[in-house]
Design a binder for this molecule. Structure first.
Ligand code: ATP
Length: 364
């Protein structure tokens, strides 16, 4: 199977979903997904990821006034059978009474495809997913990873305009997950399929998505590439959802950030948006902070804990005047013991500053 030329862009305009019991699962949402793009929906349980996916699939319909378009086609009122979507679920949803080939061929059989065409396409899928050896096995004789490959083959064989994946890897072990997410990403890119991928696993989201949309309480709170979101989170919620972040309270004093008894000089880009004396929430990633000898440092603290993690050592530091422990990732093979006095270099170029009010509204 070559590039899936039928792949389409997806547009959601003011799409809102209220369930019959009055639950507002999705606030009015505008979203554009490019042709061939993999968009990941990421967020905590109950934030509306699956609802968004089901609305795109046509398994649910949005409230009055919302619109969903596949390319030029308005599919808002169109049932799932006419939407040409492929779906892959965490639970595989395979037919246990059929063998692997018959499961993969299912969509083509329903569509009434000729036997010759059907057999040819099934062979292609078996090759593509490395399932030749299992063609005649029943589903219950397969491992989790093999089942998920059958589910993907079954979804892709019909050449859907849009592929929707709902936590497809969450039932698999960590190693297999890593391998399959790389395989799936490469495959979708090779076929040029527009895909929406739901997960609550941040690493999977970063590995899989061209862009990631972070949802919270039924709305997208930030959308962008993994780099955008990781390096420039627009709220504490987003900062905490992708990677780990240190938080501390500070105040703008001239061109410096003061926190506790410490001062950090800021670049113009960081201090200019704020006014003198403004209270700020400051964030810095553990891998951006460095430890140094205590004598020369302006920020000082004591090691509370040190954990060897193989590629780095995570050191937790009690910084004078701060309530939170600061997490620091050290990549040089140096040992730290509880109570060691250390200095911290917190590069202001990698700091993220937010006004304190935004923190409160982002958290509520
Ligand atoms: P998870 O990661 O746990 O699967 P999610 O982000 O996919 O969560 P959704 O399944 O989209 O979340 O649910 C969003 C909200 O809508 C939740 O509050 C959920 O309880 C509610 N909800 C989902 N389906 C229904 C339904 N059929 N009737 C009423 N409320 C529903």
């Amino acid at each position: 199977m070559k590039n899936v030329s039928t792949s389409l862009e997806i547009t959601l305009k003011q799409v809102q979903k209220t369930f019959s019991d009055g639950t507002l699962a999705l606030k009015p949402l505008d979203l554009h997904i490019e042709k061939g793009e993999i968009l990941v929906l990421l967020g905590p349980s109950g934030c509306g990821k699956t609802t968004t996916l089901r609305l795109i699939a046509g398994l649910e319909f949005c409230d009055q006034g919302g619109e969903i378009h596949f390319g030029e086609r308005d599919v808002t009122q169109i049932a799932i059978e006419q939407r040409r979507v492929g779906m892959v679920f965490q639970s595989y949803a395979l037919f246990p009474n059929m063998n692997v080939s018959d499961n993969i061929a299912y969509g083509l059989r329903v569509r009434g495809e000729s036997k010759v065409n059907k057999d040819k396409k099934v062979q292609e899928m078996l090759d593509m997913f490395d399932l030749q050896a299992y063609a005649h096995r029943s589903i219950d004789q397969l491992s989790g990873g093999q089942r998920q490959r059958v589910a993907l083959a079954r979804a892709i064989i019909t050449e859907p305009e849009v592929l929707l994946l709902d936590e497809p890897l969450s039932a698999l072990d960590a190693l297999l997950k890593k391998r399959l997410r790389t395989d799936i990403n490469a495959l979708l890119k090779r076929l040029g399929i527009t895909a929406v991928y739901v997960t609550h696993d941040q690493e999977e989201a970063m590995a899989m998505g061209d862009r990631i949309a972070i949802l919270d309480h039924g709305e997208i709170v930030q959308i962008g590439t993994a780099e955008d979101i990781y390096l420039s989170p627009k709220s504490e919620f987003v900062a905490n959802f992708i990677g780990q972040m240190n938080h501390f309270d500070g105040q703008l004093q001239g061109r410096n950030l003061s926190f506790g008894t410490h001062f950090l000089p800021l670049s113009a880009a960081l201090y200019e948006p704020y006014s003198e004396g403004e209270r700020l929430r400051c964030m810095s990633r553990p891998e951006d902070i460095r430890l140094m000898t205590v004598e020369d440092a302006s920020v000082k603290g004591a090691v509370s804990q040190s954990v060897f993690l193989g590629d780095r050592t995570r050191v937790l530091v009690e910084v004078e005047g701060q309530n939170n422990l600061i997490h620091v990732d050290c990549f040089e093979r140096k040992r730290y013991a509880k109570g060691d006095r250390v200095g911290l270099i917190i590069p202001s170029t990698r700091l993220v500053l937010l006004p304190t009010q935004q923190r409160e509204s982002a958290i509520c």
